[in-house]
Write a protein that binds this ligand. Structure first.
Ligand code: DGJ
Length: 719
């Protein structure tokens, strides 16, 4: 619920278990008071200012004879040049003048948050809109705050409106700013690379500004648009954690600043590097949404809040909680070497295994020129009839009782493609320079409506001609040459163009299931989840690396969002040989499938495929839709253990994976969480019944075969 106390001029935003509060101070600025565990609605104006000893060498504005040093106070919407020297949330250029005051004008509360214009957003209920105005430059700033009765989450974003008669530039428009009054925090973030996405890193906060960002045009595997502030002693299970995630797929920045008096400011949104947006009279600029999650019970509770938020309010409700396709994707098995016969053979190989979807990956298109390697074909979304008979393949797949999936990479084009030859102006390019290639492709300039229309028409033509049930949408490069007729608006306009084509392809085909991908998980963010209920988490399918990648990804994304496939060994990315069973046990922690030649497996392994699928089907609702507890971190110890508990706590599964076998080690145990203390559970693998309280206190032994990369599963069920 949202309350405004007229006497205190204070807002109280109350989501489940949390309070977020700020007041309108005497000069009209929004002074942040508190974000944390739910508290009473009382006068909070004695909440700690950041800095009390600022008079010497401090600066201030004067209002009605009073002085206000904005650097000394937590601020909901800091701007530049008016005595707050920390990172600002907004920055403008009014024909050379870059300074102004945005002060409170009015506010209103709405029962349902409107969708964000041109951008994916989270479905939200009660929302506070605070109007700030700069009367000198005719700027209106709208701050949006959404609360949730069932989750410890606050959503924020802002909109800037030009109420004047001349245009001005927005040089920075972050989605939120939040000041923490003390310094006793660390940052938790997700860094990585292609094939090594979302590694977990905890760092001290130093004085100065730490930036987690992307300048690649995609949200990137190098740094995810997620970070959290965690107390020095916070663990998975206890202590405070405040998580931030941006619903955005392009250049972003999340900044953490420890300032002179040791308060910490976190702010972020669209990266202002190489960004400037011209706002004409009566136009509105909409920032992407930022998700703020508060947990008083560790990182695990924070993650579960993100998971519930995305499953309940972001991912397409048609698919969010449904069983996911169990796929055989032909990529790792065939790469570009596909033919009608080879694919029909793949279909035959999965009959009777329980796998329900066959996905034809790269290489089926390119028309006459074809695509038999990475060097050609992209951008020409025409079937290569010399190579495959797509209709025959689809009919055969459907007649076998399977669904059919097809791969696209709509945002790029090969230099020798017809589209590039016929329309050289369709490419992002800088005058006089050869555009950089990425995996032998150029990026289509989605800032142009004509280019968006080309992509939509050519992809939709295939989807309308052929009976496709599943699409894998790939994007295998970062952007370069952020130049178009829109100058420094290019990077953001590209993303708006991307969302536009996704709206017109994905939501125009509600019957098709779309999976996201960007060289694996190089664009894994909440905005992508709005279009793609699941994303190919990484091109790295090695069980050990996947344990790390999926563990990190789960910090803010639900297991149902991660596509995870069993592949052949030695693993193509790492050369490692891991047991078949362990490859299954790691892959089952998400939307499951295979990526290998089933026909070349031994009879025993083929039987295992069927057993794996049967076992997955039995537990998939629990795994995809339950509560995740991370029991042991492979980043901290030689053990990975994740437990999922059903929402009614009646069922639970624990997957344990031990990278390196150790002789004569202390007994390894895992300590389950989230069970009902007073209810008895049958522990299938031990054949015993014990109460949840006893199981959580005594733990469960992990008896693994003496071999590297072994895994083990516990099933618990109430009796
Ligand atoms: C990168 C993806 O991550 C792979 O799964 C595969 O689809 C290839 N692209 C195809 O080029």
């Amino acid at each position: 619920m949202i309350f405004f106390d007229e006497n205190l001029r204070t807002f109280f935003l109350e989501s489940k278990d949390v309070t977020y509060s700020f007041k309108i101070n005497e000069a009209g600025f929004l002074q942040h008071l508190y974000f944390g565990k739910r508290i009473e609605r009382e006068d909070l104006s004695f909440a700690p200012p950041i800095n009390t000893e600022w008079r010497i060498h401090g600066t201030y504005i004067k209002e009605n004879g009073k002085i206000f040093n904005l650097n000394a106070y937590p601020n909901e919407c800091p701007t530049y040049g008016r005595s707050d020297y920390r990172e600002s949330m907004l920055a403008f250029d009014f024909d050379g003048v870059r300074v102004g005051d945005l002060v409170y004008d009015s506010h209103y509360i709405i029962n349902e948050k409107p969708t964000l214009s041109g951008m994916p957003s989270i479905k939200g209920g009660q929302t506070l809109v605070v109007l700030l105005v700069d009367t000198i430059h005719n700027v209106e700033g709208k701050l949006f705050y959404t609360v949730f009765e069932d989750l410890p989450v606050i959503l924020r974003h802002c909109e800037i409106v030009n109420r004047g008669k001349t245009s001005f530039n927005i040089d920075r428009v972050y989605s939120f700013s939040l000041d923490f009054p003390d310094k006793n925090w660390k940052t938790l973030s997700l860094f990585g690379a292609h094939g090594r996405e979302r590694m977990v890193e905890t760092s001290d906060i130093v004085h100065g500004v730490t930036v987690f960002d992307s300048k690649r045009g995609v949200s990137s595997s190098q740094l995810n648009p997620f970070m959290a502030m965690v107390r020095n002693k916070t663990t998975e299970f206890c202590g405070e954690a405040v998580g931030f995630n941006l619903v955005y797929s392009g250049n972003f920045a999340l900044k953490v600043q420890k300032a002179e008096a040791d308060g910490v400011r976190v702010t972020g949104g669209i990266n202002d590097f190489d960004f400037s947006w011209k706002l004409n009279p009566n136009e509105t600029f909409v920032s992407p949404e930022a998700v703020l999650v508060y947990s008083d019970s560790g990182i695990g509770k924070m993650s579960r809040a993100f998971h519930d938020l995305y499953r309940n309010y972001l991912i397409n409700p048609k698919f969010a909680f449904k069983p996911r396709p169990i796929v055989l994707n032909v990529w790792e098995a065939l790469r570009f070497d596909i033919s009608t016969q080879k694919i029909l053979d793949m279909v035959d190989s999965i009959k009777d295994t329980g796998i329900d979807t066959l996905v034809v990956d790269d290489g089926w298109f390119g028309g006459e020129k074809g695509r038999n390697d990475e060097f050609s074909g992209l951008g020409d979304w025409v079937v290569n009839k010399n190579k495959i008979n797509l209709k025959e393949i689809i009919d055969y797949t459907h007649n076998a009782g399977l669904k059919f999936g097809l791969w696209f990479e709509p945002e790029v084009a090969s230099p020798n493609s017809n589209v590039v030859i016929n329309h050289p102006n369709y490419i992002l390019r800088a005058d006089g320079l050869e555009p950089c290639e990425g995996r032998w492709s150029y990026v289509l300039d989605l800032t142009q409506k004509e280019v968006c229309d080309y992509v939509v028409n050519s992809v939709n033509a295939i989807l309308e001609e052929y009976d496709v049930d599943y699409v894998k949408w790939d994007m295998n490069r970062s952007l370069t040459e952020f130049c178009s007729s829109f100058d420094k608006e290019t990077a953001h306009r590209y993303i708006l163009g991307l969302y536009d084509i996704l709206e017109r392809i994905v939501y125009e085909h509600p019957e098709i299931f779309f999976e996201g991908c960007a060289s694996g998980g190089c664009r894994f963010d909440p905005a992508m989840l709005y279009y793609f209920p699941q994303i190919w988490t990484s091109d790295n399918t090695d069980a050990y690396m996947r344990a790390l990648i999926q563990y990190g990804t789960g910090l803010c994304y639900p297991l149902s969002a991660m596509s995870c496939h069993v592949s052949a060994v030695p693993n193509k990315q790492c050369g490692r040989v891991t047991p078949f069973n362990s490859r299954f046990n790691i892959s089952r922690l998400g939307a499951f499938g295979f990526e290998l030649k089933i026909a070349e497996l031994s009879n025993q392994e083929r039987l295992s495929v069927k057993e794996f699928v049967d076992e997955y089907i039995k537990t998939q609702d629990l795994i995809l839709n339950g509560d995740l507890y991370r029991l042991n971190s492979p980043f901290n110890e030689n053990l990975f253990a994740e437990q999922i508990v059903s929402k009614n706590a009646k069922n639970s599964i624990i997957v344990v994976f031990k990278p390196i076998s150790v002789h004569n080690e202390d007994t390894v145990r895992v300590y389950p969480q989230g069970l009902m203390s007073d209810k008895k559970y049958f522990i299938k693998e031990l054949g015993i019944e014990r109460s949840g309280g006893v199981i959580m206190a005594i733990g469960l032994p992990v008896n693994l075969k003496k071999q590297d990369f072994e895994s083990f599963v516990y099933h618990l069920e109430t009796i």
